[in-house]
Write a protein that binds this ligand. Structure first.
Ligand SMILES: [Zn+2]
Length: 72
């Protein structure tokens, strides 16, 4: 049953395919504390559900912003 909803694109999908920003704990960069702060500004917390496509976009965008920030 597709009873989960992505907070970003609002598509419905299976609960077992839920992604949250908590999975970013496992990336080497940026640090997770930075990530949590970044998403707080987007009004996203660690319990919001996203589909795979949106979490991948978030992953890419946040990494690029962090990379640009750290150059300054
Ligand atoms: Zn989505």
């Amino acid at each position: 049953m597709k009873n989960a909803q992505c907070k970003k694109c609002l598509n419905k999908f299976n609960e077992k395919d839920i992604y949250t920003i908590q999975q970013f704990q496992y990336r080497k960069e940026p640090p997770y504390a930075w990530t949590v702060e970044f998403f707080k500004n987007l009004e996203v917390d660690e319990w919001d559900s996203f589909c795979e496509k949106c979490i991948m976009n978030y992953s890419k965008n946040s990494f690029e912003i962090w990379k640009n920030d750290s150059k300054k």
